[in-house]
Design a protein around this ligand. Structure first.
Ligand code: DON
Length: 331
């Protein structure tokens, strides 16, 4: 694995695209709405002014603006990648015994299971993600976290680490997630190693990334599993369809329908302030801004994604999007 980070593209042939990313940053940089998450106390220390945008294409070009180098914790954006790992390790049939693929329409931290199936509704909400973490944990806690980290390092193209202060803060206040986990133990969705599964989940959420890392991870999904810069085969392509589908229908929780309507891309948000979106076979997009709306999604993240989707014609059902729409910006 080549873990050397590539420098964002500044080549003249891509000036127009760099300008669009920069203009989007300028347009929203003074938006001050929302609140930084404080229910995990350590997240409350984030600088509310930070705002970064990064776009990475499947042919390895990278366009960034603002505070794209600023690190923050990935939080719920770990969920689609953990789901991918569960599918790869256990296959579709076994994984779907532990988690469904149905939007819940409820908050990400709802203490509930699907009353029809008694499974978590989907892997993008906390219940489903904890079930998935339970499936991908290893016999030792360290090995499970290391396996997740090393997969994500390949997708980002550089070394990553856990923010231990955020982990401790999340673990010491995570009683709602404990309640969800014990509900799932009671219903036979997870095994008795509840603390071990929660350790895996809290650790995944506490992984530090910057906006460019997230764009590379999204671009790796867009590029059917291979990191577009390093060429590393990171994800088994046969399951990317599954992951992008639940990102499309469930990635923004109880905002998922509005998001699909306005942006039209598989995506995932996190309470750290990140959002990723995937333009299949074309581009990975990431935005970071820690002030969140009432549903736990980054305010400027949503604005920037809407703007870029509209400007670049990225919506999946945009009539001008013929499958390689984005690439015209690179010519
Ligand atoms: O379980 C939690 O509460 C956090 N570790 C992750 C939640 C999250 O990021 C929800 N996203 N919007």
């Amino acid at each position: 694995m080549d873990i050397t980070a590539s420098t964002p593209s500044t080549g003249t042939s891509n000036t127009q695209l760099q300008e669009i990313v920069q203009e989007t940053y300028e347009k929203f940089k003074n938006v001050d709405d929302g609140q930084v998450a404080t229910y995990i106390p350590e997240l409350g220390k984030a600088n509310p002014d930070h705002f970064g945008i990064c776009l990475a294409t499947v042919d390895g070009k990278i366009f960034c603006a603002g505070d794209w180098e600023q690190e923050f914790t990935i939080q719920s954006i770990c969920k689609p990648f953990a789901f991918q790992m569960a599918l790869e390790e256990h296959g579709r049939e076994r994984t779907l015994k532990h988690v469904g693929v149905e939007p819940s329409g409820d908050a990400f931290n709802a203490i509930e299971l699907d009353p029809q199936t008694m499974r978590p509704f989907n892997p993008m909400i906390n219940a489903g993600a904890i079930a998935v973490s339970s499936m991908i944990k290893k016999s030792s806690r360290e090995q499970g976290v290391e396996a997740f980290l090393s997969t994500m390092e390949k997708a980002a193209g550089r070394r990553l680490q856990i923010d231990h202060a955020v982990y401790a803060s999340e673990s010491s206040t995570g009683n709602r997630n404990r309640a969800i986990a014990y509900l799932m133990l009671n219903c036979g969705i997870i095994d008795t190693a509840v603390d071990h599964s929660l350790h895996q989940y809290f650790s995944q959420c506490s992984m530090l990334v910057n906006t460019k890392d997230l764009a590379m991870m999204a671009a790796t999904l867009a590029n059917i599993g291979s990191n577009p810069v390093t060429g590393d085969a990171v994800f088994d392509f046969q399951y990317i369809r599954d992951v992008l589908t639940v990102m499309f229908t469930c990635g923004l929780y109880d905002y998922a329908g509005e998001w699909a309507y306005h942006v039209g891309l598989p995506a995932k948000s996190g309470v750290g302030g990140g959002i990723i979106a995937v333009v299949n076979r074309q581009v990975g997009l990431a935005v970071y801004s820690p002030k969140l709306d009432a549903k736990g999604n980054s305010v400027r993240g949503i604005l920037a994604c809407k703007e870029l989707a509209l400007h670049l014609g990225l919506h999946a059902f945009e009539f001008t999007n013929t499958g390689s729409n984005f690439m015209k910006w690179l010519l």
